[in-house]
Design a protein around this ligand. Sequence first.
Ligand code: KG4
Ligand code: ZN
Length: 328
Amino acid sequence: SGSRLILGIDTSCDDTGVGIVELKPGGGVQVRANRVWSQTVHAQYGGVMPELASREHVERIDGILGEALGEAGVTLRDLDAVAATSGPGLVGALLVGLMYGKGLAQALDVPFFASHHLEGHIYAAASEAELSAPYLALVVSGGHTHLFDVPQAGHYVLMGATRDDAAGEAFDKVARLAGLGYPGGPAISEAATRGDPGAVPFKEPLKGQTGFDFSFSGLKTAALLAHRAGAAPDDLAASFQRAAVQTLVKTTVRAAQAAGRQTVVVSGGVAANRALREAFGATSLRVVFPGQGLNTDNGAMIALAAAAAIEAGRAPSPLGEGAVAYAP
Ligand code: KG4
Ligand code: ZN
C-alpha cells in the first residue's frame, strides 16, 4: 500500500492544534501540516480558565482544520485516519477535539485513534529523529514533569515525576511573581539573557535522593522571597532558570545511568528552553528534542503517536472511548 495521511487533533488545554502527518510505506513519517491556535484569553487571569478554553476550542477548531488541510494541500477525502487526544487534560477541552475527531472519522469512514497526550509529546521528538526504543523520555510541560524509561515501543515505565508543581508551571509562576508576563517560560528565558544566574542562590531540590523525582515548589518559594528582598527580575529569571535546568538535567542523567540508556528524548513546552538544550548538550548522552513547532502542544504530535500505533499494528479505538482528566 502507499502513503497514508493521518489527521491529529489536540485540544487538551489552551491550544487548538490540528496537524497532518504522512506515514510512508517503509514506516517513515513526515509532518505535512501543523497549525495551532494559542488562546490568549487566559493571559488576563495568569492561568488557564477551563470553561473559556472549551468554548474557544469550539469556535476555532473548524478554522484550524481548514488551515491544516490548506498547508498540506489536501482535502478531507484524502485522509486515511483521524486521531485525537483523549487525555490527560481538561475534560471539557479534551471533549471538543475528541468528539470532533470521532465525528470526522465516522463521516469519512476511516479508522479513529485516541492518543495519549504524553505519548504525543514523546513521539514529537522520537519520530522526527527516527528513534527507536530503548530510550529515556523526559516530558516537561505546563502540566507534566514525567521521566519514563521506554524499553520497547509503546511501553512506558515511570521512573520519576514531580512531587508538586510541573516544570513549566514553575516557570509560569516565577514569571508572574517577577512581573514578567504569561506564558512564563519564554518570558523567563528572554529575561535570563540579561540577568546574572549567580545573583540569587537556590538550594538544589530533593538533594541526596536516590530516586528520580522532581520538586519545584521550593524553588518557587525561594524566588518569591528573593523577589520580596528586592532581587532584579532579570537576575531572578536567570538564577531560577539555572536551578530548574540543573535539577532536570542532573536527575535525568542519573536515571539514564541507572536504566543503562544512552539516549534521551526531551519534549513538552519546556523543551523549547535554550538553556535546557545547552545543558543537555553538554552531557555525554544522545539527546533528542522535537523540531520547530513541535515542543508545545500541537496536533501533529498526536498524529505521530497514532502513526506509531498504526505501524505497531494497534487496532483503532472504539468510538465510545471517553475523555480522561488523568490517564495512566
Ligand atoms: O506542552 P505545553 O504547550 O502544554 C502542556 O501540555 O502543559 O507546555 C506549556 C509550558 C508552559 O508552562 C510554558 O511556560 C512552558 O511550557 N514553556 C517554556 C518555554 N516555552 C514554553 N518553559 C521554559 N522555556 C521556554 N522557552
Ligand atoms: Zn502538553
